[in-house]
Design a protein around this ligand. Structure first.
Ligand SMILES: [Ca+2]
Ligand SMILES: [Ca+2]
Length: 226
């Protein structure tokens, strides 16, 4: 049975068999905003699809809270380079975490049952100096767009065993849009994997923030969540 996570809930990464969960996917599933508008002269109606670009990222901190590695989209590298920030990449240096790539639209025509951005985790490969891995989500607004989490038809996070295109067994679910505290917010600190007494655990932080850029979310995490 999958665990339905509540904000702030801390869980052990143990399957019902008692075995440690070490290989899994952290996936976010969401929909594009679809509305029906009346046609010209009020004749008929037409469907308008507004793309929703969410970006799932993570950063790795050591025991002292220092940033040691990161995964975020390389799509922003030109801007990152201009502003002297580290460039985006989709794989951690130790190879323990891999991102499936940027989805800029969300599901059209309802939930397709698969996650749109996924970070595949192999905890056995994570470098010994990584003590915490924070996952976070940012809304990227294209020019002329203005919406927040409450307007996205659905947005859910889950941890599951499988691959980006195959879900074998869901370990935990976390429904974002039903939480009213996410109204008007553009970013969300989802949760962290952390080491405790030689085992990995997960804390579903679930804190929304006003950040417009993922760089701001990274700064917030490294300043306030060590
Ligand atoms: Ca995206
Ligand atoms: Ca989907």
């Amino acid at each position: 049975m999958a665990i339905n996570l509540q904000k702030g809930q801390k869980i052990d990464l143990r399957k019902s068999s008692g075995e440690a969960l070490t290989n899994f996917c952290v996936g976010v599933n969401w929909g594009a905003i679809e509305t029906t508008k009346p046609g010209l002269f009020g004749i008929g109606s037409k469907k308008v699809i507004e793309d929703v670009d969410l970006d799932l990222s993570c950063i790795m901190l050591d025991q002292n809270g220092e940033l040691v590695d990161w995964i975020y989209s390389p799509e922003y590298n030109a801007w990152l380079s201009q502003n002297k920030f580290p460039l985006g990449k989709l794989t951690s240096n130790d190879g323990g975490l891999r991102h499936s790539g940027d989805d800029r639209q969300g599901d059209v025509g309802g939930d397709d049952g698969l996650d749109n951005e996924i970070i595949t985790v192999d905890l056995n490969r994570v470098s010994n100096n990584v003590d915490k891995i924070f996952f976070f989500l940012n809304i990227y607004l294209n020019q002329g767009q203005n919406f927040d989490f409450s307007q996205i038809p659905f947005a859910k996070i889950r941890m599951y065993e499988g691959t980006p295109t195959r879900v074998n067994s869901v370990f935990s679910n976390y429904d974002i849009v039903t939480d009213s505290s996410y109204r008007g917010k553009g970013a969300l600190i989802l949760g962290k994997l952390y080491r405790r007494n030689g085992e990995w655990k997960f804390d579903a932080i679930g804190d929304p923030t006003d950040d417009k850029l993922f760089i701001q979310t990274i700064q917030k995490i490294t300043q306030n969540y060590k």
